[in-house]
Design a protein around this ligand. Structure first.
Ligand code: ADQ
Length: 735
C-alpha cells in the first residue's frame, strides 16, 4: 500500500506535465505539419511547371488546344494535381485539362480545398501567359489528424511506461529500504556496535539509530535493575539530560495553589487532589509553567499582568498561569460534562452519567481556551506538554493542530471503562479523536490501557499494534502505556514521631490513650465507598459489640463538587448513616464514627496517618488511590494495617494489604476486625514490604518513566524525520 501511495506522488505530477506538454505541443505540431505539406505541394507544382514549360510553349505557338489538353491530362493522372490550365497575359483562359473545377479562374479565384500556383511562361523575354496548377489540399487535414493521433498515443504510451517503471522502482526501492533498515535495527539491537558495515545509503542513519537503541537498552536496564534510584535529584538530572532546554508545560483543571480571601488577608490553600499531589513534585523539579483554572477568590489579585504567579509562595520554583472561567463555563465544562458525564462514565459506581449538549459545548470551548493558553505560553514549536486528566480529552488534538512538533503527554487519572460502557457517550468519537492527538497517553494500569485500545478499536477507524501498544490515526502515532502513579516519599525529618502523634490525636478527639482508631481520608465522592465503609463498621460492631467504646472510625472527608445533587445527597446520606451508627452503638467512651467533613492540611493528615491503627480504603472504583500510599509512607514505625478495595489501581501493587470487595459488607467487617487484632509482627512484615515498594515506585519514578518515554519518542520522531527526508532523497534519485 505504502509503495503504491509513493508512486501516486509522482504519477500525478507526471500526468500533469505530460498533459500540459501535449496541450501546448499539439497545435504547434499541427501547424508545422500543415506548413510542411503545403511547402511540399508548392515544390511539386514548381517541378511540374518546369516539366511542362517546353512542350506547353511549343503547343501555345501551334495553338493546338487538343494536344495541350492531352498534355495536361497526362500530367495530372497520378498525383494530387486536380487541374492544369493556361491563361493568356490578359487573364483569359485558353487551355485547360479535362477536369477543371468551376470556381477556378485566371483572375485568382480559388475554390476551397485547392491550392493553386501560377507560373509565368516566357519566351525570349516575352510573357506568353501563365500556367495554373491546382492541387487538392483535403489530404493534408486527414494526414495532420492522423499524425496528431499518433502523437497522442505516443504520449499515452510514454505515461504508462514511465508510471509503471517508476512504480516498480518505488516498490523495490521501498522494499529494499525497509529490508535493509530492519536488518540494521535487528542487528544493532542484538549486538550493539558489533555489526558489520552498513550499506552506504544507510550510513548517515546508522550512528543515530545506534545511539537511540543504545540509550533505550541502557534505560531499560536502569529501570529494571535500580528502581530505588528515583529521587527528585534524579528527576531533575533526567529533565536536564533528556529534555535539556525543552520547555515543560503542565495543563490541569485544578491549580496547585489557591489564593483565598480570608478574614485576616489572603491565605494560600492546597487542594485535596491526588493529581496535584502527584504532579507538583515534577514541576518543582523542572521549573516549567503550570496552566490551570484560577478558582480562588483572591486568585485574580495575586497574578501579574499576564495572569502568572510564581509558586510555591514560600520558595518559588515554577510559574502558575491562571485561566479564568465564567460561571457558565465552569458549570458546563467542569460540573456538567466532566463531573456529571465523564466521571461516572469512567467509574463503575452505579451512578448514571448525564450528558447535555450545552455542557458539551462548554467543554469544547474551555478545552480550546486552555489549548490557546498552551500555544501562547510555548516558547518554541516543540514544547513538552503534560496534560492532566479527563477535563481535557479534546485539548491534545487542538494543541497538535497548532504545534505539530510538540510532544504531548497525557495522563488519565481515572479508570478507563470497557467499550460498551464508554459507548453510551454521545460524543465518544470526538473524545477518542481528541485523545489520539497525544504522543503518549498514560493510564494507571495495563487493564485501563487494554480497555482504551479496545474502545478505540470499536469506535474509530485506526490501526492498532497491540504488541507495541500504539494507535495510528490520521498518520499520527499515539503510544499507550501504564504508569502507576504514586507519591513523593516523605523527607526523613518528619516532625512528630508516631507515639506523640497517637497521643496528640487521641487528646484532640477526646479519646482514651489506648483507643483503637481506624481512619478514612477521601474527597467526599460516591466512588470512594464511604457509605459501604460505614456499613462495614456498623456490621463489625453488630458482630463484635465488645468493640464499641474501644474502637472508632475517624472519617475525614473533604467537601468536593458540592454544588451537584449527587454529591449533596451523598453528604446527607453519610451524615445520616454516621449518626444512626453512633446512636445504635452509643457508649460512654467514644462515638463509633467521628465524621469530619472538612479539608485537612498536610500536617493534620500526616498526624492522622501516623496515629491510626488501620486505614480503610474502600473505593468502589479508583484509578489508583493515593491515600493508601500516603498512609504507608507515613508509617515509619512499620505498624498499622491497610484495608484496600480490590477495585483500586493500588490493589495491583500493594498485595500485602487486606484486600476486600467493598460491596461485600460482611467481608469488610471481618477484615476490619482482623486488622484491629492483627499481631504487631504480622503488621510489621506486611508494612515493611509495602513501604519498600512505595518508596521505590514513587512519584518521581512515575514522572521519570513518562518523561523518559517522551524523550525516547522525541528522539524517534527526529530519527523518523531524518529517515523520511533520506528516503525522499533516495526516491528522487531513483526516479
Ligand atoms: P482523587 O480521586 O482525588 O484522585 P486520591 O488518589 O485518593 O483520589 O487522592 C486524594 C488526595 O487528596 C490525596 O492526596 C489525599 O491526601 C487528599 N485528600 C483527601 N481527602 C482529604 C481531606 N479531607 N483533606 C485534605 N486532603 C485530602 C484522582 C483519581 C485517583 C488517582 C489520583 C491520582 O481519582 O484514582 O489516584 O487522581 O492520579
Amino acid at each position: 500500500m505504502r509503495p503504491f501511495q509513493l508512486s501516486l506522488r509522482f504519477i500525478f505530477p507526471l500526468a500533469f506535465v505530460l498533459g500540459a506538454f501535449a496541450l501546448v505541443m499539439l497545435p504547434l505540431v499541427d501547424e508545422l505539419t500543415q506548413r510542411w505539406f503545403l511547402r511540399d505541394l508548392d515544390a511539386r507544382s514548381q517541378l511540374l511547371a518546369r516539366t511542362l514549360r517546353e512542350p506547353a510553349l511549343d503547343l501555345v505557338g501551334l495553338q493546338d488546344a487538343q494536344a495541350m489538353r492531352a498534355l495536361f491530362d497526362r500530367s495530372i493522372s497520378d498525383t494530387h494535381v486536380n487541374a492544369i490550365a493556361f491563361c493568356d497575359p490578359s487573364g483569359r483562359l485558353l487551355y485547360h485539362s479535362s477536369a477543371y473545377p468551376a470556381g477556378l479562374s485566371c483572375q485568382g479565384r480559388v475554390p476551397t480545398g485547392l491550392r493553386v500556383m501560377g507560373t509565368p511562361l516566357e519566351q525570349d523575354g516575352i510573357v506568353l501567359g501563365k500556367l495554373l496548377i491546382a492541387q487538392e489540399t483535403g489530404f493534408i487535414q486527414r494526414r495532420t489528424d492522423e499524425f496528431r493521433n499518433y502523437l497522442l498515443a505516443i504520449f499515452l504510451l510514454m505515461f504508462v511506461v514511465i508510471s509503471a517503471l517508476g512504480s516498480w522502482i518505488a516498490y523495490w526501492g521501498w522494499q529494499g529500504w525497509m529490508q535493509s533498515l530492519k536488518t540494521l535495527v535487528r542487528r544493532d539491537s542484538g549486538a550493539l556496535g558489533m555489526s558489520g558495515a552498513a550499506p552506504p545509503e544507510f550510513r548517515p542513519l546508522v550512528s543515530d539509530l545506534r545511539a537511540l537503541l543504545h540509550e533505550m537498552n541502557l534505560e531499560r536496564r536502569t529501570q529494571q535493575h535500580s528502581p530505588q534510584m528515583w529521587t527528585p535529584d534524579k528527576l531533575r538530572s533526567l529533565l536536564h539530560d533528556e529534555l535539556a532546554g525543552d520547555q515543560v508545560l503542565v495543563v490541569s483543571n485544578r491549580e496547585p495553589y489557591i489564593h483565598e480571601q480570608g478574614e485576616h488577608g489572603i491565605v494560600v490553600r492546597r487542594p485535596a487532589s491526588g493529581l496535584v499531589t502527584a504532579v507538583e513534585p515534577v514541576m518543582r523539579a523542572c521549573s516549567g509553567t503550570w496552566i490551570a483554572h484560577g478558582s480562588g477568590s483572591a486568585d485574580r489579585v495575586t497574578v501579574d499582568a499576564h495572569d502568572r504567579v510564581p509558586v510555591p509562595p514560600k520558595r518559588p520554583a515554577y510559574t502558575l498561569r491562571r485561566v479564568w472561567l465564567s460561571n457558565d463555563e465552569e458549570r458546563g465544562y467542569y460540573y456538567g460534562f466532566s463531573n456529571e458525564g465523564l466521571w461516572p462514565l469512567c467509574h463503575m459506581a452505579h451512578v448514571r452519567p448525564v450528558f447535555r449538549t450545552s455542557d458539551w459545548d462548554q467543554y469544547v470551548a474551555v478545552n480550546q481556551r486552555f489549548a490557546d493558553a498552551v500555544v501562547a505560553e510555548a516558547h518554541s514549536d516543540d514544547p513538552v506538554v503534560l496534560v492532566q486528566d479527563y477535563h481535557f480529552a479534546l485539548l491534545p488534538r487542538m494543541v497538535r493542530e497548532r504545534l505539530p512538533k510538540a510532544t504531548i503527554i497525557m495522563f488519565w487519572h481515572i479508570p478507563w471503562p470497557n467499550p460498551e460502557s464508554f459507548g453510551i457517550c454521545p460524543w465518544r468519537e470526538e473524545l477518542l479523536a481528541g485523545l489520539l492527538g497525544n504522543t503518549l497517553l498514560g493510564f494507571h494500569t495495563p487493564f485501563h490501557c487494554k480497555n482504551f485500545l479496545e474502545t478505540v478499536d470499536r469506535y474509530l477507524e485506526t490501526r492498532i499494534e497491540y504488541d507495541a501498544s500504539t494507535v495510528s490515526y490520521g498518520g499520527e502515532l499515539t503510544q499507550v502505556e501504564p504508569y502507576p502513579i504514586s507519591i513523593a516519599w516523605p523527607e526523613p525529618d518528619t516532625p512528630l514521631d508516631v507515639v506523640r502523634c497517637r497521643q496528640a490525636l487521641r487528646e484532640t478527639l477526646a479519646l482514651p490513650p489506648l483507643h483503637q482508631l481506624a481512619l478514612g481520608v477521601d474527597r467526599l465522592d460516591y466512588t470512594k465507598g464511604i457509605v459501604e465503609r460505614l456499613q462495614a463498621v456498623e456490621r463489625m460492631l453488630d458482630l463484635h459489640p465488645e468493640m464499641a467504646g474501644r474502637f472508632s472510625l475517624l472519617q475525614v472527608a473533604a467537601p468536593s463538587r458540592s454544588s451537584l445533587d449527587e454529591y449533596q445527597s451523598l453528604e446527607a446520606r453519610v451524615r445520616k448513616l454516621a449518626a444512626s451508627i453512633n446512636l445504635k452503638h452509643a457508649n460512654p467512651v467514644a462515638p463509633p464514627v467521628l465524621l469530619r467533613i472538612e479539608h485537612f492540611d498536610e500536617d493534620q493528615l500526616a498526624q492522622c496517618y501516623r496515629a491510626a491503627d488501620v486505614c480503610l480504603v474502600t473505593s468502589l472504583h479508583d484509578g489508583m488511590n493515593l491515600v493508601a500510599k500516603e498512609f504507608i509512607a507515613a508509617r515509619d514505625d512499620e505498624l498499622g494495617v491497610l484495608i484496600l478495595s480490590q477495585f483500586t489501581g493500588a490493589a495491583r501493587e500493594l498485595h500485602e494489604a487486606l484486600i476486600i470487595n467493598p460491596y461485600h459488607i460482611e467481608q469488610g467487617a471481618q477484615a476490619l476486625y482482623r486488622a484491629l487484632r492483627m499481631p504487631e509482627a504480622e503488621q510489621r512484615e506486611r508494612m515493611r514490604s509495602m513501604r519498600s515498594r512505595v518508596r521505590d515506585f514513587n512519584v518521581y519514578r512515575w514522572a521519570g518513566l513518562m518523561l523518559l518515554d517522551a524523550a525516547r519518542l522525541r528522539r524517534r520522531q527526529r530519527v523518523t524525520e531524518k529517515i523520511h527526508s533520506h528516503s525522499r532523497q533516495a526516491l528522487r534519485r531513483a526516479s
